[in-house]
Design a protein around this ligand. Structure first.
Ligand code: ADP
Length: 314
């Protein structure tokens, strides 16, 4: 089967010598929901920019559904919809015009472009705003406008660069639902994120990029298996006089009413709660300290260094 996206030995050097991409290779299969995950500055936007021909690569090959983006740029372009991080529509134009005009750039007859614009603006909850100039939309609405515009030519591959950055939680959920819906209907989706939670909720497969190298390329399920410990924060109803101590668990006091506990895979939560209850602690809330991605990176980078093969995708 032809891959939806195939990248081979992709390199990018900014200026004379800054290597933002050090020769990455990657395949994304049709129908996949794929995460390109990595910390800030890892090279995610550069990769996306190259796939969409917004950034000039230094070396390597990019194919979209088997179409080379260098030699058959126009054909490749028809298969790709992109939602960059920066809002890049005219702030003075009206919402409906922005999406309809985009259809024109992709060669759609005006009537079709208009129908599609309505379809996607409705799906994204923007139809009521169709006559509003873009500058008057909220940040979340502008993001959704970017998505509607990227879909007007109904590309087989949709690429989103940090789609939920700066989007509030409620809206993030509805955006996730929408993306899942179009993925289920057959659109291959690639998104970049630095939130493990986002990748975990949406994606099936993942590549982790760090300092211009792919350090992991696997399924989300396999990746999460590698997380062998999680840190939880507990809040108590009363003041803590000392760090709660429970044999076999690593605990740390955070402030007078909260402490954290490191829990390894397979460790019993019941036993932990029993011990805390026995100490007279009244736990009123428990939350995951959302640092799992950092833990994962640290573990992976350390692992790579140990084996001395940094840069080789697993
Ligand atoms: P990410 O999207 O993962 O945050 P980027 O692809 O934006 O990372 O950036 C990767 C690296 O390349 C960073 O160190 C960034 O500073 C650098 N970089 C990005 N764009 C440019 C540019 N136009 N000129 C010089 N350096 C750049």
């Amino acid at each position: 089967m032809t891959a939806a996206l195939s990248i081979r030995n992709l390199t990018k050097t900014y200026g004379d010598k800054f290597e933002a991409l050090k020769g990455i290779s990657l395949e994304v299969q049709p129908g996949d929901f794929f995460a390109l995950l990595g910390p800030n500055g890892a090279g995610k936007s550069t990769t996306i920019g190259i796939i969409c021909s917004l950034v000039r690569k230094t070396g390597g090959v990019v194919e979209v559904f088997g179409i080379n983006t260098d030699t058959h740029f126009s054909e490749a372009k028809m298969n790709i919809g992109v939602v960059p991080q920066e809002f890049n529509f005219s702030m003075f134009e009206k919402v409906l015009d922005i999406v309809t005009q985009q259809g024109g750039y992709y060669g759609l007859p005006v009537r079709v472009a208009r129908e599609r614009a309505e379809k996607y603006l409705r799906k994204l909850g923007l139809w009521e705003k169709r006559s509003t100039p873009a500058r008057m939309l909220s940040g979340g609405m502008k993001r959704r406008l970017m998505i509607a515009r990227a879909l007007v030519h109904e590309p087989k591959l949709l690429i989103l660069d940090e789609p939920t950055a700066g989007v509030d939680i409620e809206l993030r959920r509805s955006m996730w639902d929408f993306l899942q819906e179009i993925n289920a209907a057959g659109t291959t989706i690639i998104l970049t994120t630095h939130y493990l939670e986002e990748a975990e909720s949406l994606c099936r497969n993942v590549a982790i990029i760090d300092q211009g190298d792919i350090i992991k390329n696997t399924s989300i399920r396999e990746l999460l298996k590698e997380l062998n410990k999680e840190v939880f924060i507990f809040d108590c109803s009363g003041d803590l006089t000392a760090t709660p101590s429970v044999a076999g668990y690593h605990t740390r006091l955070l402030d007078e009413r909260s402490f954290e506990v490191e829990i390894e895979k397979g460790q019993s939560l019941n036993r932990l709660f029993e011990a805390l209850t026995a100490q007279g602690l009244d736990i009123v809330s428990m939350r995951n300290k959302a640092n799992r991605l950092e833990e994962l990176f640290m573990a992976m980078v350390a692992d790579n260094q140990k084996r001395g093969d940094k840069g080789v995708a697993q």
